[in-house]
Design a binder for this molecule. Structure first.
Ligand code: MN
Length: 310
């Protein structure tokens, strides 16, 4: 469904229009993805744990973040509280040894220094991209073993796409640890377009293919549906979800940018394997290689969102 929405306050308003699409794909038995698209918050969640676990975990995330729906904007405290509630509800509702978790990646309209911004947030390997003046830029940084190998220079991007550990996450919600989202603050520039998607999209389509759709299809609903359709045509080996958000703002954002502090990753045993039994399931320590990749602090700093002054 295509929709238009208004987030606003005393300082003006941010107008958004958006579209979304999700599909079980051609291999999985259950769609463990879930998404939320309602101002001021837009997100995808990729659940893990299999039937009655992964789909429940991602739905819990959507329910908790949906409590922000209808607000004029969301503060970083608001968003962080949603992460905390999601995490604790997954722990509470998953009893008797049942294990489940979810990624969450998205963006919320937030007021900062008298301007309007996107507060981009991420836990896991779902992604937020920004398409600005035809260029596609990945804003979020994956929490995955492969991302760490990329950061340390041990893998090339090409090798990363084929790496056997490419499905293994280093952070997710529902692991029992406090949530450790990363945050980025981007000026909500007119003409900017955000894409929020699960790995079912980015594993099937290259950045160039994604950028082509975002640049050529004006309507955000048509764009999100076409992206999902292309991923299905490529095999649809995973659940696939996309949210496309267009933004126009009535307030000129401040040219400054701020990056909120991020915490160091806690690389515990919270690893997940995708595509076992058609689902994403917890990865047992015994399944690790004898010599697992040494966790490294993220070399990837949050994306520098500073815009060149016009
Ligand atoms: Mn997935």
């Amino acid at each position: 469904m295509c929709a238009g929405g208004f987030s606003g306050g005393d300082g003006g308003a941010v107008r958004t229009s958006w579209g979304s699409a999700t599909d079980r794909g051609r291999v999985r038995e259950v769609n463990e993805d879930a998404l939320l698209a309602y101002p001021p918050v837009f997100l995808v969640a990729d659940g893990m744990g299999g039937h009655d676990a992964g789909d429940l975990a991602s739905r819990i995330a959507v329910e908790e973040f949906a409590q922000l729906a209808g607000q004029s904007s969301a503060s970083s405290d608001d968003v962080h509280a949603c992460f905390a509630r999601t995490s604790s509800r997954i722990r509470t509702e998953f009893t008797r040894g049942r294990q489940g978790g979810t990624t969450v990646a998205g963006a919320a309209v937030t007021a900062h220094d008298g301007g309007w911004y996107w507060l981009v947030f991420n836990v896991g390997d779902s992604r937020v991209y920004r398409c600005s003046e035809g260029a596609l830029e990945q804003v979020s940084v994956d929490h995955s073993v492969v991302q760490e190998l990329l950061d340390s220079g041990e893998l090339t991007p090409d090798a990363a796409r084929r790496h056997p550990e490419r499905h293994v996450l280093t952070r997710a919600l529902g692991t029992g640890e406090p949530p450790e989202p990363d945050y980025w603050l981007l000026p909500a520039g007119a003409d900017d377009r955000l894409l929020i998607c699960t790995d079912g999209l980015t594993r099937e389509l290259s950045d160039t293919e994604i950028a082509d759709v975002l640049a050529s299809v004006d309507d955000p609903q048509e764009a999100s549906a076409l992206l999902v359709q292309h991923a299905l045509e490529r095999g649809g080996r995973d659940n696939v979800s996309a949210v496309v958000v267009d933004v126009a703002t009535t307030v000129t954002p401040e040219p400054t940018h701020t990056t909120l502090p991020r915490t160091a990753p806690d690389l515990g045993p919270h690893l997940w394997d995708e595509m076992l039994n058609g689902a994403t399931v917890p990865r047992h320590a015994a399944a690790l290689q004898d010599d697992p990749p040494t966790p490294v602090p993220p070399a990837s700093s949050p994306v520098d969102a500073q815009e060149d002054p016009a």
